[in-house]
Design a protein around this ligand. Structure first.
Ligand SMILES: O=C(O)CCC(=O)C(=O)O
Ligand SMILES: [Fe+2]
Length: 442
């Protein structure tokens, strides 16, 4: 278990990967600490003493404790979930949420991670239980995955590294990318109207045929997964406040290329300006397997609260679809860390290609959204750190969040209804983005 919960994970060949249903009955001779770690990961909110007592009462059998604690959750049919990639058994087989279809279970409040540690997750059941994501392994048929990979490899030479100004230095992003939209008209709109970090994107391409074909498959899988997440994990089985109830319809994508183990992307949250609050993103990985890391944003309650939790690494093999759910961008940050070493892919060599399918909302076109005093469409942000206003949305001048850029002081709390619609959108039901405590700027 230690191998599972810490960075020092043993490398397990598929044929020797142990089942995590490890008990003395299986003759594994694991230590009490190992067993407690498994139980703590299944029941993060239960005191360690209680789990230890239960373990003693069950003669040291993790499986019997898990069975005893989870009896009610075994009632009802377990929905069909994507299969694991077979190289690590899942903890979640012990910890399925209620499966009645009406009883939702909130994700664990206390995460498994500790400061400075990385929890490595491989199995889809563990990913959905412990992070705001879900993952489908072997998402596309081999032919389709191959065709898309070859198409993207042919596109990759046209990708560029983003540069941005950080005070007096020009910094280059540590991987290359290109932005795609579904029509030439849309590409033209993007180049001339949509602002990202204070400027327009010069190179916007048209979605390629294979990307478009796959977009349809991603759309169907993501919509089903959103429904699953709402039913099984959100309070009262209801969508989150500000989450759009509309069908998720991918119409734009950032395609990323990581050439070699050192290419990466640092911790960030994706911009919500054109996606709206509680956005969902479908992220397809092809080529070299890399680690996708996520960490929860800890509010500034006091000085000691910063960085008090560790991170979770999700293994992203070739042909996997990761769904970043509605709780992701506001409450978590994500990154692709540089790797010590990689296994070359037979077709992609040292490259990983990644398509992040996104759903741009027509009502968030910059012709509708507020403009700052510099007369530039404003950026939509969510308060992430400041405890008093955490979770509130605001429109700001881009410069406010772009170090080194001069701009204006424009700031305005954003109005959104419960479904994430702004006041100018059809069907707007009234502002739900109101102060819980105080109304001052973040
Ligand atoms: O490469 C990935 O999996 C993530 C890319 C990413 O975070 C982004 O495009 O915003
Ligand atoms: Fe991102």
């Amino acid at each position: 278990m230690e191998a599972f919960i810490s960075r020092k994970r043993r490398k397990l060949a598929p044929e020797v990967a142990p089942s995590l249903k490890t008990t003395d009955e299986d003759g594994d001779g694991e230590s009490t600490d190992f067993k407690l770690a498994i139980l703590e990961s299944l029941h993060p909110d239960w005191p360690r003493e209680l789990l230890l007592d239960s373990l003693l009462a069950c003669d040291g059998s993790v499986e019997r404790v898990a069975d005893a604690l989870l009896l009610p959750t075994k009632i009802g049919a377990t929905p069909k979930r994507p299969a694991s990639n077979g190289f690590q058994s899942s903890l979640a087989s012990y910890a399925r949420p209620a499966s009645s279809g009406t009883t939702a279970k909130s994700p664990p409040k206390k995460v498994l991670t500790q400061k400075g540690k990385t929890l490595h997750l491989f199995a889809p059941e563990d990913v959905e239980a412990h992070t705001p994501c879900s993952i489908f392994h072997n998402f596309l048929t081999q032919d389709v995955a191959d065709a898309l990979l070859r198409e993207l490899l042919a596109e990759a030479p046209s990708f560029t590294k983003d540069t941005f100004q950080l005070f007096d230095r020009t910094v280059e992003s540590p991987h290359s990318m290109r932005f795609y939209v579904d029509s030439l008209d849309e590409a033209q709109e993007q180049k001339t109207k949509y602002v990202y970090n204070g400027s327009y994107i010069a190179d916007v391409a048209q979605t390629t045929p294979e990307m478009l074909k796959v977009s349809d498959l991603v759309r169907a899988a993501v919509n089903e997964e959103i429904r699953h997440r709402i039913r099984r994990f959100y309070p009262n089985g209801q969508k989150l406040k500000f989450q759009s109830p509309e069908e998720w319809q991918p119409n734009a994508s950032f395609v990323n290329s990581y050439d070699g183990p050192k290419e990466s992307v640092g911790y960030h949250s994706d911009q919500l300006t054109y996606l709206g609050p509680r956005a969902v993103i479908g992220s397809l990985s092809l080529g070299v397997a890399r680690e996708f890391r996520v960490r929860r944003i800890v509010p500034n309650v006091d000085a000691s609260s910063a960085d008090s939790q560790g991170q979770i690494a999700i293994h992203l093999p070739h042909n996997s679809l990761l769904v970043m759910h509605a709780e992701m961008q506001e409450e978590w940050k994500h990154s692709v860390a540089p790797a010590q070493a990689i296994d070359p892919h037979p077709v992609a060599g040292n490259k990983r290609l990644n398509v992040t399918y996104r759903c741009y909302k027509e009502y968030l076109h910059p012709k509708y959204t507020p403009r700052c005093k510099c007369d530039v469409p404003a950026v939509l942000r969510c308060v992430q750190k400041r405890a008093a206003t955490r979770g509130r949305y605001m429109w700001m001048c881009h410069s406010g969040y772009t170090p080194g850029q001069t701009g204006c002081s424009y700031f305005e709390w954003a109005a959104f209804d419960d479904d994430g619609r702004p006041p100018w959108a059809e069907g707007y039901k009234g502002n739900a983005n109101i102060a819980a405590l105080g109304g001052d700027a973040p």
